[in-house]
Design a protein around this ligand. Structure first.
Ligand SMILES: *Cc1c(COP(=O)(O)O)cnc(C)c1O
Length: 355
């Protein structure tokens, strides 16, 4: 071993879902939105004055912060933005989880949490979901340095009622609780009102899923001004200019188009509910997803086999070869046509198998 090895920060990185270069595939593997961003985003990019790129962007990203604050009826000092919610969450880990006691999160959840904990040397403990893949607030009633969970949870899609979220926040007044609401816009209930009731809660959301802008990288945190100030202090100690000029302009435009946002979310919810019926009739079982994906297993065919057969047929879904969930597929809700193509293939495949 080379001597300098002992000074290296070695980590096992997060593995994002595949982004195949191939055209003409049906991509249901990374929870992207099948519809384009709000039309105002196109207009911004068409009219964008490239000369302004000589100049650094607004370090406070005021235009996005203000558009988000307006949308949720908050003051600007309750909003923090970052380069996707991954950046926002990483900043939160760095800012708020500095205890010797373990950070708590579910055993089956967003697989970036343990990666950040390792990266930032934060002790952590993964709390098993119950047998129905639900989070039990009782299991979190232990000494800890902080708590984080998505609601609805990923990759299960299952939502915890907001009263139970509140129970977790209320029973841990001495640590910060982060509610990762990446999927809340697809029919879930946000814990946002709790930021005015408790000083220890942070809501994190993203433009990547419900606002069709995964490629632009914009996410945000909502909390009381004191917590937002701590986050900004860390951000300005790390990188002052996180949001580029195009991202600021495009995200602000997207946030202002409430009608388009509501329409596309409604379409995804409709297709999801129809997809649940189709999956059921094909012999799949799944929890009641409130997200833009369904986490399903088949009654007789192993998930890995289905994953590979679908991929062979250019239909990409997500498969996690991990304990407890290695017989499940996470299927993103695409357009009705994309979902129909997947069901047509599955019908034929399962029919041949005489399932
Ligand atoms: C997709 C996702 C994120 C991160 O999304 P960004 O694209 O970085 O905004 C964060 N948390 C969960 C649970 C997600 O599924």
């Amino acid at each position: 071993m080379k001597k300098w090895m002992q000074n290296i920060r070695t980590v096992t990185p997060y593995t994002p879902g595949e982004q195949p270069k191939e055209k003409n595939i049906i991509k249901l593997n990374t929870n992207e939105n099948p519809y384009p961003p709000a039309p105002g985003v196109q207009k911004i990019l068409e009219g964008f004055d490239t000369d302004t790129l000589r100049l650094y962007p607004d370090p406070a990203s005021t235009d996005i912060v203000h558009a988000i604050a307006e949308y949720y009826g908050l003051s600007d000092d309750k909003v923090f933005v970052g380069v996707g919610s991954d950046d926002v969450l990483a900043m939160c880990f760095m800012t708020f989880f500095n205890s010797d006691k373990p950070l708590l999160f579910p055993d089956i959840t967003y697989s970036f949490y343990d990666v950040w904990a390792e990266l930032f040397r934060i002790p952590y403990r993964q709390i098993p979901l119950d047998e129905n893949f639900e989070i039990r607030p009782e299991d979190y009633k232990t000494e800890c340095g902080g708590i984080i969970f998505p609601n609805p949870n990923a990759p299960t899609g299952i939502e915890m009622p907001v009263e139970r979220v509140e129970e977790i926040i209320r029973s841990h007044p001495d640590v910060i609780v982060i509610v990762d609401e990446a999927y809340v816009d697809f029919g879930g209930t946000s814990a946002l009102p709790l930021i005015d009731k408790y000083d220890n809660v942070i809501i994190v959301q993203t433009f990547s899923k419900s606002r069709s802008m995964a490629g632009m990288r914009v996410g945000f945190a909502l909390a009381n001004p004191e917590l937002i100030k701590y986050l900004n202090d860390v951000k300005y100690s790390f990188n002052s200019y996180t949001m580029n000029r195009t991202a600021i302009a495009c995200a602000a435009a997207a946030m202002k188009d409430k009608a388009y946002f509501e329409k596309t979310c409604r379409q995804i919810i409709e297709v999801r509910e129809w997809a649940k019926q189709e999956l059921k009739s094909l012999g799949f079982t799944f929890g009641d997803s409130k997200a833009n994906f369904i986490f399903a297993r088949h009654e007789s065919i192993p998930a890995e086999e289905l994953f590979l057969a679908l991929k062979e047929h250019k239909i990409y879904v997500r498969y996690f070869k991990k304990p407890r969930i290695d017989n499940y597929l996470r299927i993103t809700i695409g357009t009705k046509e994309e979902m129909q193509a997947m069901f047509d293939f599955l019908k034929e495949y399962l029919g041949e198998k005489g399932r």
